[in-house]
Design a protein around this ligand. Structure first.
Ligand code: FPP
Length: 223
């Protein structure tokens, strides 16, 4: 049976869900937070040690200011309300991406990382202002003085240093692309494209993916 240490998710479809059900993209983001909570609980139950969530991409800056501010506010309120509980549950928060938000949010993200850094139950990697190409450029710049660069060096210079590559990557929202997410790390990842929008994604959908994954023969280029 294949073990899952790391699950990565592109949480797509909030905007469409919000427009359909509440006539507001932003209310779709708020609803999407409930699915985030469900997935966190699922990972703890299944002893999955790393969960990476694509919460805001380097390309998402193109969205209207009102939507960006709503998303950042949602994150700020969520962390202020839930950080104590997250820490109590021994969850570690790690941010993947450069923190270039408001002073207040940057400080809060730093605080959340520091406060939870020793926790070992589950590590949640929040990909925020994250872009895989930007991450790879960042890694190369860190290594620029080295004459021969190995895969090991690159792994150790990415934002995901010390995080194993994901076995599973899920994208909800009925779109089949990676959108600049974990391009290096997903070289041998099993990818699951889900038709459902993120707020409609449920526990049983995760069960189906886990079952499919455990029945997958992973050859890694072998026969
Ligand atoms: C993509 O859906 C979703 C996002 C860019 C934001 C994801 C944010 C959340 C789930 C809530 C906040 C998260 C945390 C961790 C506090 P979309 O807006 O592109 O949907 P669409 O394709 O229907 O437009």
């Amino acid at each position: 049976m294949n073990l899952v240490k790391h699950m990565a998710i592109i949480m797509d479809g909030n905007g469409r869900w919000g427009l359909k059900h509440k006539n507001s993209r932003n209310l779709g983001h708020r609803e999407g937070l409930k699915t985030v909570e469900m997935v966190m609980r699922y990972c703890i139950k299944k002893k999955i040690k790393f969960l990476t969530l694509y919460a805001f991409s380097t390309e998402n800056w193109k969205r209207p200011l009102k939507e960006r501010n709503y998303l950042f506010n949602l994150l700020e309120i969520y962390l202020k309300e839930k950080l104590e509980r997250i820490n109590h549950e021994r969850i570690k928060i790690k941010i993947l991406g450069e923190k270039n938000f408001s002073k207040g949010l940057n400080k809060l993200l730093d605080f959340a990382e520091k406060k939870t850094m020793k926790n070992t139950k589950l590590q949640i990697n929040l990909a925020l202002n994250y872009g895989s190409k930007k991450e790879i450029v960042y890694a190369f710049n860190k290594l620029k003085k080295k004459s021969r660069i190995s895969e090991y060096d690159i792994n150790n210079s990415l934002y995901t240093k010390n995080i194993p590559d994901p076995e599973i990557l899920i994208r909800t929202g009925n779109t089949q692309r990676l959108s600049n997410f974990l391009l290096w790390q997903a070289a041998y990842t099993e990818i699951f494209f889900e038709k459902k929008l993120w707020p409609d994604f449920k526990n049983e959908d995760l069960n189906k993916i886990m079952k499919k994954f455990s029945n997958t023969k992973r050859n890694f280029g072998n026969v």
